[in-house]
Ligand binder design. Structure first.
Ligand SMILES: Nc1nc2c(c(=O)[nH]1)N[C@H]1C(S)=C(S)[C@@H](COP(=O)(O)OP(=O)(O)OC[C@H]3O[C@@H](n4cnc5c(=O)[nH]c(N)nc54)[C@H](O)[C@@H]3O)O[C@H]1N2
Ligand SMILES: Nc1nc2c(c(=O)[nH]1)N[C@H]1C(S)=C(S)[C@@H](COP(=O)(O)OP(=O)(O)OC[C@H]3O[C@@H](n4cnc5c(=O)[nH]c(N)nc54)[C@H](O)[C@@H]3O)O[C@H]1N2
Ligand SMILES: [Mo]
Length: 766
């Protein structure tokens, strides 16, 4: 099958590109004035010049204020009130726009017409204001009351012959209290079908760390970042996707720490930055380096690279290279791992990683000389077939020098959505443990199902087959975020009912089941008034800190409901004999938290602790060197290196975000730190790979992916750009390129779609 570039589709006025496409490498510092300018333009365009800055002053405060709905990077523990970033500001303002999508909007546009609009144009219409139901005869969304909407969901769910015919998706924005109610509803109904965005994101991190350390989470916090001697930053575009990390990198550099970036692309965060709250630096344009070494592995080459670093540590004559005492007291499987490293030839390590042994040895010296090391990673490491093995290899390397359970050291996955980690903690898990279910059953008086549920890929396949007929999404933009866009579209259209709980109009509202609801909810910036007063919700950041978030804005419309109220409304209608006090819970979220305190590990005394000025940190047994593994020790893994070198004209394609987007939300067609303007339908390629194919920069190309089952998918008319990437590696943007991810191409280790590892051929457009 083949697809034309998505952003060439006709769009209503207001979405014309600002000029012709252009590319010139970016060499200025990250953040700094470039970010300031971009924020200014953005605020002006959103018509939010008054509210934007005022809201930002309220964001991420230690008392009151709402949690930034952007990324999951933790708040500054010193209570620094200006630790804000360009993309957080864009994100908040995007939610606070003055534009509205009400009943008149839907009356004026058929779904067929809206389907021709660009994704940018859809979201740009503003905030959704009232519940709507799809009317097939008119091909329009028409108003429906909340009571009727809940009854429609309830009736459809009640009539299912098996609760496993429903699936309940979560995008990582959902607060902890709504999350807890949502999974409770699904389990009281009788299903563990809880696919979530984590299935496409950090599933591999959770599985790897659980196997190695008995915990699904990282063990470090910001204080560790402030004290470490060596930071390894792998597979993350921090300047765009976790911009507040730049502050930590600048501080680390000034302290004399070593910072090693591992990325096939030399991203902006590996060079230099000006931190916006450092006013003197801003005024004098004084940039601080944010990296001391760059390693450019081929896509998928990280495991071989880490193996090489470990091998070099073993090779070292330094008697203190290994922490033998730690290894003997706390680990299992060391001898096998040592033998495996010794048996892996350097030639293979160089070939598979794409990095020379000289460079690997230099990185190993950094690691060996540091008393305390942190290894952090994001999607560049997880979205691969062997993501779990690679992360276990990272943990192996940390264990060699006892980089665990002490200040300044440990593994640190960089999470994505602001509460994606909290979603898991609070029960969004299609593979819940018996211990979790036992406690939930006790605390809530329900009899939860025990069989495993469906994850994202499995849910799509089940909808496609017709086995799942009701799809409910708490946030997100499933239609575009998921792999294999046309297949996912067919799956959603195959449903009897799709329900989208959303703040803004997006593609998932237009690709719907026979019956469809749009249920608009409050955003995190807005006041949540319930029967017993103003409510707050809690979230958990990337480093396990749980704290309260309180909205401060008047809701975008009086008809919006909070996410807990929407879940409770659906649950009451679906479960007439429910034992859960849904209404009491919604009246006062403290009551939800009281139940969570009984049901969830680490949430004892939840209501009191969450009101401490900085919230509380969920206890991390692995940090205390307590390992919930079969041996009670940290487990070395000894997995073979995968073959990741593409051959026979194939390139490995990694899909990623531009600087100006939030997952499926595209703010503009620019990617400032990579030097791109007005272009998203591009593919970055190595210049030699282009030459070999007779492709010049700015030539139009067709990209064909080759799935494991032999099927192919083609994107036509993309623009090739010569970029500093290793030979055989290429990159372009999600979600447009999700068309190329075959539904069946997911990792056997994590079930994650291979979004950073698509096998493609590229040729000049025919
Ligand atoms: N502004 C903004 N912030 C965001 C998001 C957003 O869309 N916009 N999304 C949020 C979410 S949900 C998430 S999960 C995170 C995602 O944050 P990132 O993980 O930074 O997301 P990507 O843009 O997919 O970029 C992945 C990086 O991995 C690199 N890479 C690709 N393949 C490989 C490889 O094989 N090895 C290595 N070492 N690197 C590789 C790419 O060059 C790129 O720098 O960000 C969160 N924060
Ligand atoms: N090819 C490829 N595909 C990918 C990835 C990749 O790297 N490559 N990354 C994957 C990853 S890491 C992730 S996390 C997923 C992201 O997948 P999703 O989380 O499903 O997608 P988002 O684009 O973040 O969702 C945006 C929508 O969320 C809604 N929204 C915003 N705020 C709120 C709120 O407060 N409440 C509610 N209810 N709704 C809200 C708005 O309607 C908005 O349109 O995409 C995945 N897809
Ligand atoms: Mo994510």
């Amino acid at each position: 099958m083949s697809v034309e570039p998505a952003n060439r589709k006709p769009a209503p006025a207001g979405n014309e590109p600002d000029g012709p496409p252009s590319f010139s490498p970016y060499d200025r510092p990250a953040a700094g004035w470039g970010a300031g300018l971009s924020v200014g333009k953005f605020l002006a365009k959103q018509g939010a010049l008054v509210d934007g800055p005022r809201a930002i002053m309220k964001m991420n405060h230690e008392d009151g204020g709402f949690d930034c709905p952007g990324c999951a990077w933790p708040d500054d523990l010193k209570g620094l009130h200006l630790d804000i970033c360009e993309n957080g500001i864009k994100h908040v303002t995007w939610e606070m726009t003055h534009k509205r999508v009400g009943a008149e909007f839907f009356a004026a546009h058929t779904v067929t017409e809206l389907s021709g609009w660009s994704d940018h144009a859809l979201e740009e219409q503003g905030r959704l204001t009232a519940p709507m139901r799809y009317d097939a005869a008119a091909d329009r969304y028409v108003p429906i009351s909340w009571a009727d909407a809940f009854e429609l969901v309830g009736r459809t769910l009640r009539e299912l012959d098996d609760p496993n015919r429903a699936a309940f998706y979560t995008s990582g924005r959902l607060g902890n209290e709504a999350t807890f109610l949502y999974q409770l509803m699904a389990r009281e109904l009788g299903t563990n079908n809880l696919p979530d965005c984590s299935n496409m994101c950090h599933e591999a991190s959770g599985r790897a760390m659980t196997a190695s350390l008995g915990t699904g989470k990282g063990t470090v916090d910001l204080k560790d970042w402030e004290t470490t001697d060596a930071l390894f930053v792998m597979g993350v575009n921090a300047a765009s996707n976790a911009p507040r990390m730049l502050t930590a990198l600048v501080e680390a550099y000034k302290r004399g720490a070593q910072i090693v970036h591992v990325n096939p692309l030399v991203e902006a965060a590996s060079r230099k930055a000006i931190i916006p709250h450092e006013f003197a630096a801003m005024a004098t344009f004084h940039a601080t380096p944010t990296g001391t070494m760059n390693l450019q592995p081929r896509i998928g080459g990280d495991m071989a690279l880490i193996r090489g670093i470990a091998k070099a540590v073993f090779d070292s004559p330094d008697p203190k290279a290994l922490d033998i005492e730690f290894i003997e007291r706390h680990t299992h499987g060391f001898d096998d791992y040592r033998a495996l490293c010794e048996a892996t030839p350097w030639d293979e390590i160089e070939h598979q990683s794409g990095v020379t042994r000289g460079d690997i040895r230099r990185a190993a010296d950094v690691y060996r000389r540091a008393d305390r090391s942190i290894i952090s990673w994001c999607l560049g490491v997880t979205q691969h077939d062997h993501g779990v093995d690679t992360i276990r290899e990272i943990v192996n390397l940390l264990l060699l020098r006892g980089n665990l359970g002490r200040e300044g050291a440990g593994p640190c996955p960089i999470r994505g959505h602001s509460n994606v980690q909290g979603n898991r903690t609070c029960g969004i898990d299609h593979r819940p443990s018996d211990a979790f279910l036992d406690r939930l059953a006790d605390a809530c008086g329900i009899d939860p199902p025990r069989e495993q549920g469906l994850d994202t890929v499995r849910a799509i396949e089940a909808m496609h087959r017709g086995d799942v007929t009701v799809f409910v999404a708490m946030g997100g933009n499933f239609a575009l975020a998921a792999p294999d866009t046309p297949y996912t579209f067919e799956a959603l259209r195959n449903c009897a009912l799709t329900v989208q709980v959303s703040t803004k109009l997006n593609r998932s509202h237009l690709v719907h089941g026979r019956d469809a609801l749009i249920l608009p909810c409050l955003g995190r910036t807005e006041k949540d008034e319930q029967r017993r007063g103003l409510q707050s919700t809690s979230v958990e950041d990337s480093m396990s800190m749980v704290h309260l978030s309180v909205g401060m804005k008047r809701p975008a419309s009086p008809h919006l409901l909070s996410e807990p109220a929407i879940v409770a409304g659906m649950a009451r209608a679906a479960l007439p004999d429910s034992v859960t006090p849904w209404e009491d819970y919604v009246a006062d979220y403290d009551r939800i938290r009281d139940t969570m305190a009984r049901a969830l590990d680490g949430f004892e005394d939840f209501n009191r602790r969450v009101r401490l000025p900085l919230g509380f940190r969920i206890k991390q047994p692995a940090r205390e060197l307590i390992f919930d593994t079969p041996t009670g020790r940290a487990e070395f893994s000894s997995a073979p290196l995968p073959d990741v070198v593409p051959t026979g004209g194939i390139l490995t394609l990694g899909t990623m975000r531009s600087h100006d987007q939030w997952n499926t939300t595209i703010y503009s067609d620019n990617d400032r730190y990579r030097g791109v303007k007005n272009l998203r339908t591009l593919i970055f390629m190595n210049a030699d790979d282009m030459r070999e194919r007779g492709i010049g920069t700015f030539d139009l190309v067709d990209i064909t992916s080759h799935a494991r089952d032999g099927s192919t998918r083609t994107l036509r008319g993309y623009t090739a750009i010569a970029y500093d990437v290793p030979r055989g590696s290429s990159a372009g943007y999600m979600p447009e390129m999700n068309v190329l991810c075959a539904i069946g191409d997911y990792s056997v280790q994590s079930d994650q779609p291979l979004m950073k590892n698509i096998k493609v051929t590229v040729e000049r457009a025919g």
